[in-house]
Write a protein that binds this ligand. Structure first.
Ligand SMILES: NC(=O)c1ccc[n+]([C@@H]2O[C@H](COP(=O)([O-])OP(=O)(O)OC[C@H]3O[C@@H](n4cnc5c(N)ncnc54)[C@H](O)[C@@H]3O)[C@@H](O)[C@H]2O)c1
Length: 320
């Protein structure tokens, strides 16, 4: 297959690029490096079947650099950080909505019928009921979540109007190697990074807010099942997660325990963030029924794998 992956130098994009390059597909990886890092795809750059294009999905000229006979598009590129979206909502909408529109138009003009769009569980806002299925109201409050609702509904419209075959993938939070661990990063990565440097985890609010955390290998498997399905299982949105929830307090405790630093470090609580979602927890029965999707990595195992990666490989990654 010839596959275009937008956001290829990011966290999930680098794992998916690696998988498809190793399976001998031809991968066109697009990234403007807003949040991604070329080091994430460093080992792929010399491979003949990986073409990295440093460009912005909003740039019309980009599309003349990509062949028009692609078999599939995996559209992950986005401004993903809630805090940044609050500071600069216009930028977030421009990338996440207008950028997605450019990708959909490219697909429509070139008759590409396999498009995976990275929506997110953040479109639902805080849980009105749990577990949250695909019919849960779309009630995001922050600009990031609302921009994702707009893009998610844009995909729906393109499916209905042009019969485009887009799968709208709503993953709950995922974590693993190469996720950003400073500034605007994922909570698990930030905590591990701090604790391994003998710094305490900082928790916003009381720490009872929960999420459904899936190891990145399971997220890759989820995308892969959709990509290789002959059907359009995400036509109306499809959730992927573990079907369990963990609080920020539980995450901090586990990481402290595995670091051996639990006696020396204790968590610090600071003011809650006003628009933070309080509870997210997936109903994955649609993915189970339509794709036999079963997440394989338990939370404790995932944390332990990630801490091992930090101890053994993280510094190596940034030497290049
Ligand atoms: N990380 C999660 O827990 C999670 C959960 C659900 C959904 N998602 C979605 O999955 C996708 C991938 O998330 P991630 O965690 O890998 O994020 P990421 O930030 O690591 O990857 C996104 C990539 O897109 C690139 N990018 C941003 N704007 C661009 C533009 N205008 N043109 C080209 N490239 C651009 C960034 O540089 C980055 O490398 C995102 O769409 C995100 O909304 C993530």
């Amino acid at each position: 297959m010839k596959i275009m992956i937008t956001g290829a130098a990011g966290f999930l994009g680098s794992h998916l690029s690696e998988k498809y390059v190793n399976e001998d597909h031809i991968v066109y990886g697009i990234d403007n490096l807003l949040n991604g890092n070329l080091n994430n795809v460093r080992t792929l750059l010399h491979r003949k079947n990986f073409k990295f294009i440093h460009d912005d999905i909003r740039n019309r000229d980009l599309y003349s650099k990509i062949p028009n006979d692609l078999d599939a598009v995996i559209h992950l590129a986005a401004q993903i950080h809630v805090d940044r979206s609050i500071v600069n909502p216009e930028e977030t909408f421009d990338i996440n909505v207008s950028g997605t529109m450019k990708i959909l138009e490219y697909a429509r003009m070139n008759d590409i019928n396999k498009i995976l769009f990275a929506s997110t569980s953040e479109v639902y806002g805080s849980a009105k009921y749990v577990p949250m299925d695909e019919d849960h109201p779309l009630a995001a409050q922050h600009p990031y979540g609302v921009s994702k609702i707009a893009a998610d509904r844009l995909c729906y419209t393109y499916n209905e109007t042009y019969d485009l075959g887009i799968d709208i993938i709503r993953c709950f939070n995922f974590y693993g190697p190469r996720q950003k661990d400073s500034g605007y990063g994922g909570v698990i990565a930030i905590f591990i990074n701090r604790v391994l440097q003998n710094k305490p985890p900082i928790i916003y609010g009381d720490g009872n807010q929960t999420r459904d955390y899936m190891y990145v290998d399971d997220a890759v498997n989820a995308y892969d099942k959709v990509l290789k399905s002959n059907d359009n299982p995400g036509k109306y949105g499809i959730n992927f997660g573990t079907g369990t929830e963990k609080s920020v307090n539980e995450i901090a405790e586990l990481i402290l325990k595995y670091s051996g630093n639990e006696k020396k470090l204790s968590t610090i609580h600071v003011d809650a963030r006003p628009t933070e979602v309080q509870r997210l927890f997936a109903d994955i029965s649609k993915a189970q029924k339509s794709l036999d999707f079963v997440p394989k990595i338990e939370f404790e195992q995932g944390i332990s794998l990630l801490m091992d990666w930090y101890r053994n490989y993280k510094s190596e990654l940034w030497l290049y």
